[in-house]
Design a protein around this ligand. Structure first.
Ligand code: P6P
Length: 357
């Protein structure tokens, strides 16, 4: 009978491969897995306990907060605020960085997370997800500071997501491959179901919101035509899939191959950077997909090399099969000079903006 490997066992085995590991990161990953189980239980029951619908508040993004958003945020915070493993947290649902309460000790790690990505899907029983990344503290003193969160994705220590769908899956990497675990609700354990995930070499899908196509720069529109093989009678087009939930769409690309993208456009020249957030959405997924042999770009270069300048910074996002993402970069360089110039001006922070605005 094949060995059943729980996520706890897998984390411990990985830790044992690193003699200097103190176990703090392992226990932090357990804490996240436990929070995921609690959130999974609520997302499964959401239709029954009237937890759906708006919490009557709007978050820092100006988006109406769904009750599940608030529940997921609070669950992750409460599972991590007292452990002494973190010096700081940051969440999509919270305007500022979140310090560790004074009554608790501080640790050497930083946790950034989107507690419930795709929350607009909650009312239609669609997939939603939690995204997380862990950084080391780089500033002096016990309490974390904004600079601890404004680190490039290349310095991520561990990252992953939990997708709450027909089954609940936790996919994570500590920089040694990507591993997927499926929750067995009967025992309340995440069991290894997808060891050493590698993005398939043969692209199967492209994933984007084509309702925005008329706003996209010419190079992005050209990329879609190329994916559809409109100008090549020999090459076969690849199919389109789009759920409106970032992690569900990227998860499909990770397992079946292809590319997801949410580009920027010039509808508002002051906001040429699209919708998705760098620190707790794009960078964690870029880290994970790179570990699986893929690549993620903001249209100009690797997402992992971007040093964030603000907490809720948004970037254009292309992720998946490296050859497809690099093809998008080439079309953008070739056709989108005006957008490239406009986005480049804000990519590293508005000129003259305070270094840590
Ligand atoms: P659109 C969900 O609200 C989200 O932040 C991501 O999960 C998703 O990829 C994107 O927005 C969908 O945006 O404009 O296509 O509805």
């Amino acid at each position: 009978m094949e060995r059943i490997l729980t996520i706890e066992r897998h984390i411990l085995d990985t830790q044992r491969e690193h003699p200097l590991a103190t176990g703090v990161l392992s226990r932090l990953l357990y804490d996240i897995a436990l929070a995921a189980k609690i959130i999974a239980r609520e997302t499964t029951r959401a239709g029954l306990v009237n937890i759906l619908g708006s919490a009557g508040q709007t978050n820092v993004q100006g988006e109406e907060q769904q009750k599940l958003d608030v529940f997921a945020h609070r669950t992750i915070f409460r599972m991590n605020d007292h452990t002494g493993r973190l010096c700081l947290m940051a969440s999509e649902e919270h305007e500022d960085i979140i310090p560790i309460p004074d009554k608790y000790p501080c640790g050497k790690y930083v946790l950034v997370f989107d507690p419930l990505d795709g929350s607009s899907n909650t009312d239609v029983n669609g997939n939603v997800a939690t995204i997380f990344a862990i950084h080391r503290k780089i500033t002096p003193g016990d309490q974390g500071q904004l600079d601890d969160v404004l680190q490039p994705g290349r310095d991520i220590v561990a990252a992953g997501y939990v997708v709450y769908g027909p089954s609940t899956m936790l996919v994570y990497s500590t920089g040694h491959g990507v591993h997927g675990f499926t929750l067995d609700p009967s025992v309340g354990e995440f069991l290894l179901s997808h060891p050493d995930i590698r993005i398939p070499a043969k692209p199967k899908y492209y994933s984007c919101n084509q309702g925005n196509e008329r706003y996209w720069p010419a190079g992005v529109r050209r990329f879609v035509e190329w994916l559809q093989a409109k100008d090549d009678p020999v090459r076969k087009p690849i199919d389109a899939r789009y759920s409106g939930a970032l992690v569900a769409d990227v998860h499909r690309i990770l397992l079946q191959g292809g590319v997801f993208f949410y580009p920027g456009d010039l509808r508002d020249p002051a906001k040429p950077y699209g919708k998705l957030r760098l620190i707790y959405e794009c960078a964690p997924l870029a880290f994970l997909v790179a570990q699986a042999g893929g690549y993620a770009s903001d249209g100009l270069g690797s997402v992992l090399d971007l040093a964030p300048h603000t907490l809720h910074q948004r970037i254009p996002f292309f992720i998946g099969d490296r050859t497809l993402v690099e093809q998008a970069e080439r079309f953008i360089q070739e056709h989108d000079g005006e957008w490239v110039q406009t986005y480049s001006a804000v990519r590293h922070g508005a000129p003259g903006a305070a270094a840590r605005a």
